[in-house]
Design a protein around this ligand. Structure first.
Ligand code: FPP
Length: 226
């Protein structure tokens, strides 16, 4: 979800205004996703490296996450969205940690869309934590502790990096880089990315003919990198 800051700066607004506009994009994309065949959507809202930002911006973001989670709760429930926060929780402000728990509990029955929001998230830290839980880590046992494999990763704002996001899960993700600033990103951009994704040949290391013989495509597991 890159580009909030630049979107705001271009309008002579403070960065937090860009984050607020970014929250509107989150709502639009979450509402559009199920209709476009997306079953799992992971949003990178705040990386563990984002703590290096100015304290005022960090505090404003934490408050925005808290308010957004609570104000969207009824709508998320009504739309069958199950919210899941990934990342460390022990460093979150108490108010946000409580909102996270409330949102997860209230939406636990959601079956239409699994919405994963990465907050204080680091892929390397997640992999290390999973490995610490296992006497003998294997590809399979680590995969069971980490998230579902990502089919499509979209990064906005013209950046072309992974920035410690879902490094394990993105082993065979298709990558799409959009010049669009996140607050301007909407359903049409998501549709365009999915069209491009559908046109790509995914071989998973096999030969084209072997990879092509499948049945109906499963729901897409998409990720948007902040
Ligand atoms: C990256 O853009 C964006 C973030 C670090 C924050 C993302 C937060 C939101 C979209 C707010 C709402 C989110 C939820 C889940 C309710 P940037 O600030 O680095 O922008 P820049 O690249 O233009 O500087």
């Amino acid at each position: 979800m890159d580009g909030n800051g630049r979107w705001a700066a271009r309008r002579g607004l403070p960065r937090i205004a860009g984050h607020r506009a970014g929250a509107e994009s989150v709502r639009r994309v979450v509402e559009a996703a199920p209709g476009l065949g997306i079953g799992v959507l992971t949003l990178y809202a705040f990386s563990s490296d984002n703590w290096k930002r100015p304290p005022e911006e960090v505090a404003a973001l934490m408050e925005l996450f808290r308010r957004h989670l609570l104000s969207e709760l009824d709508r998320l429930r009504a739309n069958g969205v199950r919210v899941e926060i990934i990342g460390r929780r022990d460093r979150l402000p108490a108010g946000l940690a409580a909102a996270v728990e409330a949102a997860e509990a209230a939406t636990a029955d959601g079956r239409v869309l699994r919405l994963r929001i990465a907050v204080d998230y680091s892929a390397r830290e997640s992999i290390a934590r999973a490995a610490r839980h296992l006497a003998e880590p294997t590809t399979e046992s680590l995969a069971a502790l980490l998230g579902p494999p990502v089919d499509l990763l979209i990064r906005t704002g013209g950046e072309q990096r992974l920035s410690d996001f879902l490094l394990w899960e993105c082993a065979y993700a298709e990558l799409i880089f959009s010049e669009r600033m996140w607050p301007d990103f909407g359903e049409q951009d998501l549709r365009a990315a999915l069209r491009e994704f559908t046109g790509r040949e995914r071989r998973f290391g096999a030969l084209p003919s072997a990879a092509a013989c499948g049945s109906e495509p499963p729901p897409v597991r998409a990720s948007l990198r902040a």
